[in-house]
Each structure stands twice: as structure tokens, then as C-alpha cells.
Design a protein around this ligand. Structure first.
Ligand SMILES: Nc1ncnc2c1ncn2[C@@H]1O[C@H](COP(=O)(O)OP(=O)(O)OP(=O)(O)O)[C@@H](O)[C@H]1O
Length: 252
């Protein structure tokens, strides 16, 4: 397995907000991490990206432990992250931001030709969509093994969202990039995801292949409302590829 989050409990200070999370991303797979506001999606993603240290559990990338690796070292292991602040240097130009990437293995302008006309512009002066494309070009041009993305679609025009998601699906197909996509925009996420995991109150409420969720949108709705299953591991149907967990389990 490429990225493996195992029995991770994590949160802030001494207060856990995500309990016993098991989540995997295979090579070339796009996994959407969904759930209502405050469910713990960003907390889980920040933990996988080394920004928060888990209280218990382990995280491995390509078989090597990255549980205690700080974020600035994770690129060496092949893990990239685009968090909601996009971590650009606003006073540097697009060209300068791209030049900071070590181990460039793809041309960022081949990934996002839209950036060519913006090369001399300061990153802080770009629109939200342009900033997201720059952040993604920067993250993808070193050809990471896996990428973590927090709310990629937030505040962006639909065409830009489509463009960014296409860059991810292309990378998954071309070099086997594994993608963990935290999204509020369920329909956009399900368009490109292979699998989805819904968090509710810090616990997994539903795991499913994305095709089943595209077909039956009621499954997602009930997991958001904490009605996904009657008990742990409840399976809604033979061959459905969907596993509902015991709904919202409260604050463990
Ligand atoms: N820095 C922090 N310190 C303490 N608690 C926090 C902090 N950040 C988030 N939380 C709490 O952790 C819980 C999970 O928050 P998180 O941001 O992970 O949820 P989310 O699913 O990403 O929500 P959203 O979709 O609204 O961004 C929430 O109850 C939130 O209030």
C-alpha cells in the first residue's frame, strides 16, 4: 500500500478529535475524504502531512514510517501537501516560487501552461484559482508518490476546479500518484475519486468505492447525518463495495 494511516487518533493539545482512523491510498488511486463541517477531515490530513503528530497509531508511505517526520522533510519521502493556505511565498514571482522546488522532474508549465503568462507576477497578486494552479504545479513538478489536498475546490471557478482535478487524474494515471482529497464539494470529489471515506464526529461513518456513491447519493446523505449503519461494519448490500460504520459515535 502506498499511503497507510493505521489506527490514528489525533487532535489538538490533549484533546482528540479523530479516533482510530484507518485509511489507505494505493498507487494511482484517488481517495476522497468527505464529511460534514467539523468532522475532522482537515485534522486527519494535517496529521498525515506531519503538521500534527498523532496521539497514537502509525502512518507509512511506501512501507516506510512517516509518523514522526516533520512536514518539511516529507517531500524527500515523496509526499506532497497542498493545504488551504497554499503555502506560496506572496512577495516572490510565480517563476521564483517554482524555482524553489528542488528535484524538479516535470516541467511545471507542461502541467499548467496557464502559468506561462503569469511568470513575472508576484504570487500574492494572483487570483485564488491562479494561486491554486501554482501551488499544484509546485507540488506536482517533483513527481511525488502521494499528495494530500485540503479543499482544493474552495472558492474556485468550476473550470479551474476541473483543470486542477484533471492534473491530478493525469498524474495518477501517468506515474501512479496516490491522492488523498479532503473536500466539501462532494459531487466534484466523486467525479474523480476511486474510493471515498466519510468522517462523522471524528470517526469513519462510511467507506465505499466512489461508483456506488455516485449511483446512490442517499448513502452519502445518511452518513453525513450519522445514519449510515445499524452497527459497526454493517454492510448495506452484497457486492456494493460499501461499508457503513456505526454512524456518529460521539466523542469517544
Ligand atoms: N487548532 C485547533 N485547536 C483546537 N481544536 C481545533 C483546531 N482546529 C480544529 N479544531 C477542532 O477539531 C474538530 C475537527 O476540525 P477539522 O477542521 O478537522 O474538521 P473538518 O472536517 O475539516 O471541518 P471543515 O469541513 O469545516 O473544514 C472541530 O471540532 C474543530 O473545532
Amino acid at each position: 500500500m502506498l499511503l497507510e494511516i493505521s489506527k490514528v487518533t489525533t487532535g489538538y493539545g490533549r484533546m482528540p478529535v479523530v479516533w482510530d482512523l484507518d485509511l489507505t491510498v494505493a498507487e494511482g488511486e484517488i481517495v476522497a475524504l468527505l464529511g460534514p463541517n467539523g468532522a475532522g477531515k482537515t485534522t486527519a490530513l494535517l496529521t498525515a502531512g506531519g503538521f500534527l503528530r498523532p496521539m497514537s497509531g502509525t502512518i507509512t508511505l511506501d512501507g516506510a514510517s512517516i509518523t514522526a517526520v516533520p512536514p518539511y522533510r516529507l517531500s524527500r519521502h515523496g509526499l506532497a501537501a497542498v493545504t488551504d493556505d497554499r503555502a506560496l511565498l506572496p512577495s516572490l514571482t510565480v517563476q521564483e516560487n517554482l524555482a524553489l522546488v528542488r528535484n524538479r522532474r516535470s516541467d511545471p508549465l507542461a502541467l499548467f501552461p496557464e502559468l506561462e503568462r503569469l511568470m513575472g507576477r508576484r504570487a500574492g497578486l494572483l487570483s485564488g484559482g491562479e494561486q491554486q494552479m501554482l501551488a499544484l504545479a509546485r507540488a506536482l513538478c517533483s513527481r511525488p508518490k502521494a499528495i494530500l489536498l485540503d479543499e482544493l475546490s474552495q472558492g474556485l471557478a468550476p473550470l479551474v476546479v476541473e483543470r486542477c482535478l484533471k492534473a491530478l487524474t493525469d498524474a495518477a494515471a501517468e506515474w501512479g500518484l496516490g491522492v488523498l482529497l479532503v473536500e466539501q464539494n462532494v459531487s466534484e470529489a466523486l467525479k474523480v475519486a476511486d474510493r471515498a471515506c466519510v468522517l462523522s464526529h471524528g470517526r469513519v461513518a462510511l467507506e465505499s468505492d466512489a461508483a456506488s456513491l455516485r449511483e446512490d447519493t442517499g448513502l452519502i446523505e445518511s452518513s453525513y447525518l450519522g445514519e449510515a449503519g445499524a452497527g459497526p461494519g454493517t454492510d448495506p448490500g452484497p457486492g456494493s463495495g460499501t461499508t457503513a460504520r456505526g454512524g456518529s459515535a460521539g466523542s469517544g
